[in-house]
Design a binder for this molecule. Structure first.
Ligand code: PGA
Length: 261
């Protein structure tokens, strides 16, 4: 795991956008895994800015898979993750809706929606780089504490904490769905590169538990310790509870120029 303490959310956006772009330059038909929430928005804005300035790679052959989706919102709801990703990133990059996939919550067959989504990801050849945020309770995607470290895409019930955290996107807490479809932790581990971004003090303890704590279903994001290629980008507030912060700084300062992420 490469833990990179950076100076600001803006610096994180620049580095994270560079990582995504490098994947697409190397592999024009790359498969991107996309997260929603507030954390990746500066990165998405950076990618869009570079694309509009014709500084980015072509996204013409790229396919995207969303990490999760609410269950129970009307089709096309502005807070659905399908609508959010289109609005915040993929429309602006010129990636058509037919190449942006998400777990299907409106399916009459919710019990097999996870299985169908896994099959779609496999048919696309797997995810090359997966953007991830972390919940204040340590959740990864919508895998709440207690989720199996081997879990696959399936329906989950949100914790009260997560519904409260996400109420800011809705008119009231009552409007936040109680259920979601989410990639499982085992699904996420199959992406070739995991890019976790955390910003703000509310993420400090969860980030420390994920990076330095024991691997445990009590902190689902700790499953990242089992993956061979993880990059963790942190602002000073999110990095503030790490015991080995000074070491991560030294490692990043001494990072060989040729190495990349
Ligand atoms: P946030 O959510 O980026 O809105 O803080 C992250 C998450 O819940 O995984």
């Amino acid at each position: 795991m490469e833990v990179v303490p950076l100076g600001s959310a803006g610096q994180i956006a620049a580095v994270a956008a560079g990582i995504v772009e490098a994947v697409v330059r190397r592999k024009p038909a790359a498969v991107l895994g996309l997260a929603t929430g507030s954390t990746p928005l500066p990165t998405y804005r950076e990618l869009l800015g570079r694309h509009k300035a014709a500084l980015g790679p072509s996204y013409a052959a790229v396919t995207c898979f969303n990490l999760d989706e609410y269950v129970g919102l009307p089709v096309g709801h502005q807070q659905s993750y399908r609508a959010t990703i289109a609005r915040e990133l993929t429309d602006g990059l010129g990636i058509g809706a037919d190449r942006v996939h998400g777990p299907n919550p409106s399916s009459d067959d919710l019990p097999i929606a996870g299985e169908c989504y896994e099959a779609l990801i496999a048919a696309a050849g797997g995810i090359d780089v997966q953007v991830l945020g972390i919940g204040s309770d340590g959740h990864l995607a919508f895998n709440e504490p207690g989720s199996s470290l081997a879990s696959r895409t399936r329906i989950k019930t949100l914790t009260a904490q997560t519904r409260e955290d996400n109420a800011r996107f809705f008119g009231s807490l009552d409007e936040v769905p109680t259920h979601v479809l989410t990639q499982g932790l085992g699904t996420i581990l199959e992406a070739r590169h995991l890019l976790l971004i955390a910003t703000g003090e509310t993420k400090a303890d969860a980030t420390a538990a994920a990076v330095e704590g024991p691997v445990s279903a009590s902190c689902p994001a700790s499953v990242l310790q089992l993956h061979p290629h993880v990059t963790v980008l942190l602002d000073p507030a999110a990095a503030s509870s790490l015991d080995r912060l000074a070491h991560y700084r030294e490692v990043y300062c001494a990072k060989p120029a040729w190495q990349g992420f």
